[in-house]
Design a protein around this ligand. Structure first.
Ligand code: PMV
Length: 361
């Protein structure tokens, strides 16, 4: 099995000693957020997941990042960061930490001054986790700088694999955002080529039932999270249910892959709703425990279940590390689901806000 850490450390030895160059150059990437169906919750060592996860990448929730870079003689990390056109100290702190980790793999960074500008398509604090798209856009940009300076990474697959590895170092779920469609991150005995270090496109034939799956993101609260996901992952370390959870997630990967190929929507629904509620049960039962869901989250879940029972339509929910509900449904039911949202759900959303998204093919 490939050990990517070793591989990229070896490659780094070749990525030094770049002679000075004149002028300022630009790289840019758009990266898409993703929603996990089998959740990553708990990590070990440096950003290694305790269990594999499967997500799909979202079409409309994106981060656009542009990096302008120029050569400088002094050898230290130097950059400016602008979020939505304004210098942002808080994000700059996170980026500094991230870039200092990346320096191990991209030693040429110390001879560059970077001007990084990012914008999100989704409103700031809309409750959508932006770290996946943000970190993956940054990782893709840095890999592009390597490619331009050294003529490496010309092979698309190699480029994306390295970007996924690097994105993971910024935020675990960002490793999956490098790829469209359904994506697997983490080693699974059922999937050859799967790895804890990188994500890969899910190597199964996706049944038509799921190929145009949509995600209505129902915002029940856009406030800042009470606890960071890093702190949440940390609480899995001494969690009494940790081992059972990791075993369950591994089994759910296999069952979900089978549902995705056969088109078994009942199995799909059972797995993903159980995954969402398990994630939040783990949060509630950790020490200290915490709750991210609110009354409106539960009411929306009830409405979704009632609608499914009444109409027999394929609708399922999942949750991220927050109180907003992701309502999943097939593209052909778009009109019926919009009607359902307008009649039963939008009144439960904060400022009647929801985001109309779907899988990025
Ligand atoms: O990538 P992180 O460290 O923000 O963790 C993401 C955790 C979940 O969103 C709850 C689950 C997942 O697999 O995306």
């Amino acid at each position: 099995m490939v050990k990517y850490e070793e591989k990229y450390r070896d490659e780094a030895l070749q990525l030094t000693g770049k002679r000075s160059f004149d002028g300022t150059f630009t790289v840019k990437h758009r990266s898409h957020s993703n929603i996990a169906l089998v959740k990553y919750w708990g990590k070990r060592n440096y950003q290694i997941p305790q269990n594999p996860s499967i997500s799909f990448t979202l079409e409309n929730s994106v981060t656009d990042t542009v990096i302008k870079y120029r050569f400088k003689k002094e050898r230290w990390l130097s950059f400016d960061f602008y979020f939505e056109g304004t210098a942002n100290e808080y994000f700059a702190g996170r980026i500094r930490k991230y870039l200092s980790v990346l320096q191990t793999y991209f030693p040429f960074l110390e001879n560059l001054h970077l001007t990084i500008s990012s914008t999100n398509s989704f409103p700031h604090s809309s409750g959508i986790a932006s770290s996946a798209s943000a970190m993956s856009a940054l990782a893709l940009c840095i890999c592009s700088i390597e490619k331009k300076l050294f003529g490496t990474l010309r092979d698309e697959k190699k480029f994306l694999t390295k970007a996924s590895f690097m994105a993971r170092l910024g935020s675990g779920s960002a490793a999956r955002s490098v790829f469209p469609g359904f994506v697997l991150w983490g080693e699974s005995t059922a999937v050859k080529g799967s790895s804890d270090e990188i994500a890969i496109p899910l190597p199964v034939e996706i049944n038509d039932t799921f190929s145009d799956i949509r995600d209505a993101i129902l915002i029940t609260s856009a406030g800042k999270k009470k606890i960071s996901s890093s702190a949440g992952h940390g609480l899995m370390q001494n969690h009494p249910f940790a081992q059972a959870r990791y075993l369950q997630a591994n089994e759910n990967i296999i069952t979900l892959m089978s549902a995705l190929t056969t088109g078994d929507k009942d199995m799909f629904t059972h797995i993903i709703e159980n995954e969402a509620l398990t994630l939040h049960s783990l949060m509630m039962s950790s020490n200290p425990g915490f709750t991210l869901l609110n009354e409106r989250t539960w009411k929306i879940i009830d409405e979704i279940r009632n609608f499914r029972e009444k109409t027999g339509k394929f609708v399922a929910f999942t949750l991220d590390a927050g109180p907003n509900v992701h309502l999943l449904y097939p593209g052909r039911d778009k009109t019926a689901i919009k009607e359902f949202i307008e009649q039963k759900v939008v009144g439960l959303c904060e400022n009647e806000r929801w985001i109309d998204d779907g899988i990025k093919p």
